[in-house]
Design a protein around this ligand. Structure first.
Ligand code: GLY
Ligand code: MN
Ligand code: MN
Length: 434
């Protein structure tokens, strides 16, 4: 089923936890994403703001959630401001939620016309000392767009300049960092769809195919299993294209003897999976390819083993450097002597491994959570070492999604083939059968 909803109790409980983190007499405001224009009168498929989804389950543009827990009138303590039903518009754009439907999805009893937001703010803000506005805070966000959250915050600060303002995103990040059982289950299901897509790839990859044909195979399997779609534009990178970390042109003929790097994942009900695999197009690794692949696999296992409570992303990256230095020396990429003489500002390992080994995963592919914050049980992170050697026209990355537990980490992608022998066996079976 493509549209999978959480019970409204999930969102109601999330609101309750958020309210417990707010000072008394606070007003919290969370804004939907905008519909993003594509060209002419077309729009990109709508993707809801992750915090608004987490707190309400509503997947509709021009929506605002207001939480004002100390308001003297109980019906104003939780309000959803939304577009009103409009038969003519709905004929073109599809169904808009009615007030009753929005209440059923979110558990928020008061639903008002979004046109009433500004004048209702006079009442809500005057009953509050603090205004916590939810502004997207991803440190890597690089956009000049003045999105709904920024437009609203600008208006609020000019209309109510003497309130104390707070950042809601730091509080939602604390909550979203630790996943609840229903969220873990949703990510497990997304990983399961991702597995079926990789199974399909193992059965169909062959020299002479174009990268986009394999992208189509991934897309076919992801969509037919009821996922919302790709978690991010999928990467199908053959040969030296694999050395471009976010390559996604996916438009090159794959030659015999090359490796193909896939980085892809299904999104299900807003929750993401993120997987990388690298396979030999002809079904057999060359000796050198296997040597490099096994080095990546050893680092993958070493990193996964240290993904435990108390470790931070920063500490995991520091350890990963040690793992890679050992492997790079073993591979002859540099010597122990080179390591002793390396420039502290330009560490040698970075030449062959130039990205972080892990990030949090959830409603955002690169999810919330501070890199210095100790991991806690319930956090889900990727484990994604890679080696990139453009001189050899080779890039290899392996990536699984890992659940942190009080003891050993649980690999949510354990059943996606990663052993080189298994990959070869699966690919050779396909070649023999055809
Ligand atoms: N696919 C994006 C990443 O692995 O971080
Ligand atoms: Mn990743
Ligand atoms: Mn990835």
């Amino acid at each position: 089923m493509k549209r999978i909803f959480f019970p409204c109790a999930f969102h109601a409980e999330n609101r309750k936890k958020l309210i417990n983190l707010l000072p008394s007499k606070s007003l919290a405001l969370v804004f939907s994403n905008d519909r993003m224009p594509r060209s002419g009168d077309l729009y990109f498929p709508f993707r809801q703001n992750s915090d608004l989804f987490y707190l309400s389950g509503i997947v509709q543009a021009k929506t605002i959630l207001a939480l004002c827990p100390a308001h003297p009138q109980p019906e104003y303590r939780e309000i959803l401001f939304m577009l009103q039903p409009d038969a003519a518009r709905e004929t073109r754009e599809g169904h808009r939620l009615t007030g009753e439907e929005a209440t059923a999805v979110s558990g928020v009893k008061t639903v008002m016309d979004v046109e009433h937001f500004r004048w209702m703010m006079d009442d809500l803000a005057c009953s509050s000392d603090h205004i916590y506005a939810d502004i997207e805070e991803n440190v890597k966000r690089d956009s000049e767009l003045r999105t709904f959250d920024l437009r609203a915050a600008g208006w609020l600060k000019s209309r109510f300049p003497l309130h104390r303002y707070g950042r809601l995103a730091t509080l939602t990040a604390q909550l979203r960092f630790v996943k609840q059982p229903e969220e873990i289950q949703m990510i497990r299901s997304a990983c399961e769809i991702t597995r079926t897509a990789f199974d399909r790839i193992l059965g169909r990859t062959a020299a002479g195919m174009n990268e986009y044909e394999l992208e189509a195979e991934l897309t076919f399997e992801i969509l037919r299993n009821g996922a919302t779609g790709h978690a991010f534009p999928p990467i199908v990178a053959s040969g030296k294209n694999a050395c471009v970390l976010h390559y996604n042109d996916n438009n090159r003929m794959i030659c015999d003897g090359e490796l193909v790097l896939f980085d892809f994942g299904a999104e299900l009900a807003g929750y993401n999976s993120d997987c990388s695999r690298t396979i030999p197009v002809s079904g057999r690794f060359s000796a050198r390819q296997r040597q490099l692949y096994e080095a990546v696999l050893r680092v993958f296992r070493n990193v996964r083993a240290i993904m435990k409570p108390g470790m931070s992303i920063e500490q995991i990256n520091l350890q990963t450097r040690r793992f890679w230095e050992e492997e790079h020396v073993r591979l002859g990429l540099y010597s122990m002597e080179d390591l002793r003489r390396q420039d502290a500002d330009k560490p040698l390992f970075r030449k062959y491994f130039m990205h972080g080994v892990t990030h949090t995963l959830g409603l955002d592919v690169h999810d919330v959570g501070d890199r210095r914050q100790p991991l806690q049980p319930g956090a889900i992170l990727t484990c994604e070492p890679g080696i990139y050697i453009p001189e050899e026209g080779t890039g290899i990355r392996l990536e699984n999604d890992i659940l942190i537990t009080p003891s050993e980490p649980i690999d949510l992608m354990e059943d996606i083939p990663v052993e080189p022998d298994e990959i070869e066996e699966r690919m050779m079976t396909r070649i023999i059968e055809n």
